[in-house]
Design a protein around this ligand. Structure first.
Ligand code: 2M8
Length: 470
């Protein structure tokens, strides 16, 4: 399948228009100190969305980017967890389900007093976001921001590494598909079946709001949604008892979550150094050692060395589920990944199941998997945030061809099909929420890379209408 080359990467006028459109989306979704992912579909602040959004805001308004993250961090619980939603006080509480009353966080001793939040978490991409925001404005305000946020991030990672080490091997566990960020991925089908939570499905037990603005066939089905609600209730009703997580129905070590944590510990080492704290060198070493320990733990827990496939371990059953999904490409974040596993991961990323099999990579599920569905949420569509993540990992590990392909096709998608929540990987048709914040934000980051390429090699650009990155 031929990769798409977008005028957004060859024509400065096109990329200026695209950048202006992206900024307009972020400004339009700005609710003051927080940027809503989509005012109709997601009218609050989400954890990993806020990190991606801050990375885009940093490209044109670093002070606003800092405030985005500080608003999110104001929702941190005293046990260190960063909740997956910080509810926006200006939003009608009934416009999103589950709403602010659902989680009963206010009754919990470690929940924040000044914010209403959920009690579950999302993938730890915040350290990278803090670093990007600092890099955009490394002056005094930037350094103050690093000093302010370093303890927040250290407590956040500490919570995960300590309280979520349910399997005891050093990998962290998620207790809800929503914690993965890839909510409806077929990677959770096995653990959900084992948990038997779909069996309690009662039509009409709650009112779904997510299908009001988005076509139901592009969202999780009712049985999966009921399972999500049951799992959230189980954790909530346990009093968020992290000492007893293994008793919950869904306890899974997710490759994406864990490899992002490994990368986040490496970012935290850089933050400690840049913040120039008294014990910076020692702190940085401790974070790098922690990343290295995670590397070993993940090799041990998540990989099938014979097939060269990484998977998600169901901690309760011990089964490692290896459904090919975009989460399986995130080991590229591991700088110590053994050569054979790296080759296998690159082969999967570039092969017919992913980049080689669709016009607009990367599909969220491998196209030959029986669960692949072009349009349903995380079960096949291409997403800009996972593209951006794999693009970052590929760039950092020297996979320039793959990185360029992902960047250029992502820019083609947003240029031709606007800033949607997700896209059909074969046709590019935009799906889900419109004017979606992280699609706009991460476009700005990828466009900055296009500009840097052209600055480094002007002959690769518009005058000749040649692709900048091949
Ligand atoms: C989606 O998740 C929420 C639940 O957290 C939902 O479907 O209502 C996911 O795509 C998640 O990754 C994302 O952070 C959130 C807001 O964009 O929407």
């Amino acid at each position: 399948m031929n990769a798409v080359v977008s005028p957004a990467t060859t024509d400065p006028a096109a990329w200026a228009d695209l950048a202006a459109a992206a900024v307009a989306v972020l400004r339009g979704n700005d609710a003051g100190e927080v940027t809503l992912p989509s005012p109709a579909q997601y009218p609050h602040q989400w954890s990993w969305d806020a990190a991606f959004i801050a990375i885009g805001l940093a490209r044109f308004d670093p002070a606003r980017a800092r405030r985005e993250l500080l608003s999110l961090f104001a929702g941190q619980w005293s046990d260190g967890r960063l909740p997956h939603i910080v509810y926006h006080p200006g939003t009608d509480p009934d416009s999103y389900f589950p709403g602010p009353g659902f989680w009963r966080g206010g009754k919990h001793p470690t929940a924040p007093r000044g914010a209403v939040t959920s009690g579950i978490v999302q993938p730890p991409v915040h350290a990278r976001a803090v670093l990007a925001v600092w890099a955009a404005d490394p002056g005094d305000a930037g350094r103050d921001f690093l000093r302010l946020t370093y303890p927040v991030l250290r407590a956040w990672h500490g919570y995960l590494l300590d309280r979520r080490n349910v399997g005891g091997r050093g990998a962290v566990a998620i207790v809800h598909p929503w914690e993965s960020g890839l909510d409806n991925s077929p990677l959770w089908d096995g653990p959900l079946a084992a948990a038997r939570v779909r069996e309690g499905f009662r039509p009409g037990a709650f009112l779904r709001r997510d299908t009001v603005h988005v076509e139901a066939s592009h969202r999780p089905d009712d049985e999966d949604y009921a399972a999500y609600v049951a799992l959230a209730e189980a954790y909530r009703d346990s009093g968020y008892d992290d000492g007893a997580l293994i008793r919950l129905p869904f306890v899974v070590e997710d490759p994406l979550f864990n490899y992002l944590l490994l990368d986040a510990e490496l970012a935290l080492a850089e933050i400690a150094e840049a913040a120039d704290a008294a014990d910076a060198a020692e702190a940085a070493r401790a974070h790098r050692d922690q990343a290295r320990r995670l590397h070993g733990a993940l090799l041990d827990a998540l990989w099938d060395r014979e097939t060269g496939r990484v998977g998600a371990r169901d901690v309760r059953t011990g089964i490692v589920h290896t459904t090919p999904t975009v989460a399986g490409l995130t080991p590229l974040f591991d700088p110590w990944l053994p050569a054979d596993l790296r080759e296998a991961t690159v082969a999967m990323a570039t092969g017919p199941s992913f980049a080689g099999g669709v016009r607009y990579p990367l599909p969220s599920t491998g196209v030959y998997d029986p669960a692949f569905d072009c349009r349903r949420y995380w079960r096949g569509p291409t997403w800009i945030n996972t593209n951006w993540l794999v693009w970052c990992a590929a760039r950092r590990s020297g996979l320039t061809g793959l990185a360029a392909q992902i960047r250029d096709s992502s820019l083609a998608l947003v240029k031709d099909h606007s800033f949607r929540e997700y896209y059909d990987p074969q046709t590019g048709r935009g799906l889900g929420a419109e004017r979606f914040s992280w699609s706009a934000a991460l476009t700005l980051d990828m466009l900055a890379d296009v500009r840097a390429d052209v600055a480094a090699d002007p002959s690769a650009c518009a005058a000749k209408r040649a692709p900048c990155a091949t």
